[in-house]
Ligand binder design. Sequence first.
Ligand code: CP
Length: 314
Amino acid sequence: MKNFTQFESLALGQELIDLAKSYKNDPRKDIGKGIGKRVGCIFLNPSLRTRVSTQIATQNLGMEAIVLNMDKEGWALEMKDGEVMNKGTVEHIKDAAGVLGTYFDVLAIRAFPTLTQKNEDTEDFVLNQFIRHSGIPIVSLESAIRHPLQSLADMITMKENTPSSKRPKVVLTWAPHIKAIPHAVANSFAEWASGMEYDLTITHPEGYELDEKFTKGATLEYDQSKALQGADFVYVKNWSSFNDYGKIHSTDPSWMLTEAHLSKAPDAKVMHCLPVRRNLELSDEILDSDRSLVQRQAENRIYAAQAVLSKIIG
Ligand code: CP
């Protein structure tokens, strides 16, 4: 595995889940594996979980992580080829990524979408510029269209909470929000849940259809209460419109999950990647109950990152 930017295969997904679970049992069992290796964690956007869990994962492998908050501490990067750089950008991605490629063994990149330039975002332009110009393995810490480390942690969490005999029903439900939110978590969760052969239903108001590239194999149900019937896992997430790119069409509070929504899914566990806006996206009632797996998901981010880095350094 050279880069980790998306779901690749059921076999690789299973291997990474098993490896992550083994690290969770014994976090420092491979402490010598990464001695002398450095990971550059480059953040073009804010983070809590991704930043800290990735650093802990590197420490568990004996690697060193250097974090650069590019949005606050680095030069403003020009991403487009052939530009006359006579405006706000100071350094070209060709030069910056080339330099970082000589400093590190692995580069981990967070680069959110613009939510205004649909073509640029859907081709994951910024992440691909780092891949193109750094010459070293790249791990996505959330790109314009995917958040694979989050999804791997989500798959580990579902596996830990599933009886071995069962093929669980998984529901990805849209939730209200006041801001235009990227599609990356929802896209990636759909891609991984279908890829790992879960029975996936996606529910959202009309106009919030995700890019079909990520939803193959899933059932689409616009009626949230029908979708939730018999669910084993409910993944709650807001995203903005994809078709009317980056726009908010609804903030309907009736989509926020409460106990009443789960009357026909009495055993459902509820998931969210965090950060969550309480009582807007998801109720206190659910988040503070035994149904909630959100803390387990966040904890598993460490072992997801550790498994990925371990596999990349070989
Ligand atoms: N879930 C997640 O990626 O959290 P952060 O944005 O805090 O890293």
